[in-house]
Design a protein around this ligand. Sequence first.
Ligand code: UD1
Length: 338
Amino acid sequence: MKICHVVGARPNYMKVAPVSRALQLCSDSQQVLVHTGQHYDFNMSEVFFQQLGIAAPDINLKVGSGSHAQQTADIMVRFERVLSTEKPDLVLVYGDVNSTVAAALVCAKAGVKLGHVEAGLRSFDRRMPEELNRVVTDQLADLLFTPSVDGNLNLGREGITSEKVFFVGNVMIDTLIRMLPIISEYTFPHLPKRYALVTLHRPSNVDDVNWLKDMIEMLTGVTKDIAVIFPVHPRTRQRISALNLPLSSALHLLDPLPYLEFLALERCATVVITDSGGIQEETTFLGVPCLTVRDNTERPVTIQIGTNELVGRDLGQIAAALEKVLQGSRKPFAVPPL
Ligand code: UD1
């Protein structure tokens, strides 16, 4: 059986790694790895392949950045050619990025069997591009692999028959577990023992100039109580530069970090402040308090069971939640099944 994996953006790589490793054990499977080129910076892509031990992509579509329509359309046009030459029996897409939905649309129209890894997650907020990508991809997929049982319930509500849906657990956490012995050896002697680790890249946070300015000022204020380490996503870096704000050196703005370095920092953080999806799950697994700067999450299990707390786009709520964590207050938490 010939299986084609399609990845394109940073959060896809740690998900394809364990699936591809598992399939290598099946003697009758042949695999092709397609990178769409949605992310192309060394720190957003290649370094992850190196650290995760994934072979270089067989095919790179090199689409690069663009508007949503342009990026999605470019991937579709280029991936359609790959399908017709490679003729896979099954295409696997991952997560909720533009590369995911673009490849899904091409497969559905070409009649090629499609599997979606990380199916069923819903924020119920259609202003998020990722939510549109999830809903469309799940409608088109023939096989849907969910990371948590809420995914199965969401898919059932959308009329997707349960025969197509498999609760397989969280493959990104499988990668984290594989890497734990390595990251446990990492030390950061130049960093203080207690620090807040920050990541922000969602359009809802960084494309609103006034809100981004408020957040940067708030984080600068936080440095009075605790060091703030902020690896900055390229789109956030562009927005911060455009603000022309005087930036305090107490706010440690770093380039995007490689996977292992970031995980190691996450594991030892006093608190994580983020708008990422995957980081909500990683912090829950690692038992690190996480404050999510969003009004909703497609990963409710991290709130119901895990260490995550939604603080919304509300400076007062963020400050109050942060103060509680810094005073040592922890909500009870457990790791969700699988
Ligand atoms: C994408 C995903 C988002 C995911 C995030 C992880 C979609 C709709 N969004 O958002 O779900 O959480 O990846 O990072 O697919 N850029 C670079 N170098 C790169 C990649 C991007 O400089 O290697 C810059 C470009 O200016 C680009 C911008 O970042 O326009 C945004 O990149 P894009 O892939 O469009 O979306 P992300 O914000 O990364």
